[in-house]
Design a protein around this ligand. Structure first.
Ligand code: GDP
Length: 211
């Protein structure tokens, strides 16, 4: 009972903070990021995994993540400031092969350096379409996080597309995979239309963002 109330309070604090999020910068290079102080959470996922919809649902805002989808922003870290000490960093959706090899390599290096060096980074929120499961790029992101003991949390998105039993089955399977490969990673079901797991995810963000 106490935990339930504490969870609700934390989810409320996350909603309030995310509701104040403001676009700050779209950075091509790490030196364009805001000073490395305070705390930030990175959000990642394959293109079309439902990351933007999730960010909008978590923040109670319709248009928060739209700016990240502007063409040309495929290789930028899009920063949203919640307050002077807290940020969300939206990483570009991956999975489309449209980026030429050398550029992709450069970007891969930028991302890996971001994960290696960014002191403010406190967690990775990863959107994974429940019907696809963990892909190669998802594993790369989890690997980046694991390399520095950063916690990661997976939203198994579009859970409404599967029946309750099937969705629960995928969650169990993914958790088993994670326990073996990335033990610092947690996972949950998430659905925007069914409002599944929205508060659960907010509680994780509240913890990482020290809200
Ligand atoms: P992004 O590329 O990862 O940012 O993905 P979007 O948030 O743009 O979502 C991709 C598509 O999936 C859109 O057509 C969304 O409407 C749809 N979508 C996102 N979340 C959900 C969900 O929870 N349930 C269902 N049924 N569709 C979703």
């Amino acid at each position: 009972m106490v935990n339930l109330q504490a969870g609700k309070n934390a989810a409320g604090r996350a909603l309030a903070a995310l509701g104040r999020a403001e676009f700050t910068v779209a950075a091509h290079a790490l030196k364009q990021l805001p000073p490395d102080q305070g705390v930030e959470v990175a959000c990642a996922g394959r293109s079309n995994a439902g990351k933007s919809s999730a960010l909008n649902a978590l923040s109670g805002r319709r248009d928060l993540a739209r700016v990240s989808k502007t063409p040309g922003r495929t290789q930028q870290l899009v920063v949203f400031e919640l307050d002077p000490e807290r940020r969300l960093v939206d990483l570009p959706g991956y999975g489309y092969a449209a980026v030429p090899g050398a550029l992709r390599e450069h970007w891969g290096e930028t991302l890996s350096r971001y994960f290696e060096t960014r002191v403010a980074l406190k967690g990775l929120l990863l959107a994974v379409d429940i019907r696809r499961g963990l892909g190669e790029h998802d594993r790369s992101m989890l690997f980046f996080a694991a390399s520095r003991d950063l916690p990661a949390h997976i939203l198994l998105t579009k859970a409404d597309k599967l029946g309750r039993g099937a969705a629960g089955e995928v969650l169990r399977t993914v958790r088993k995979e994670l326990a073996a490969e990335f033990p610092q990673t947690t996972a949950q079901l998430f659905s925007v239309p069914a409002k599944t797991g929205v508060d659960e995810a907010r509680v994780v963000l509240a913890q990482w963002l020290a809200l």
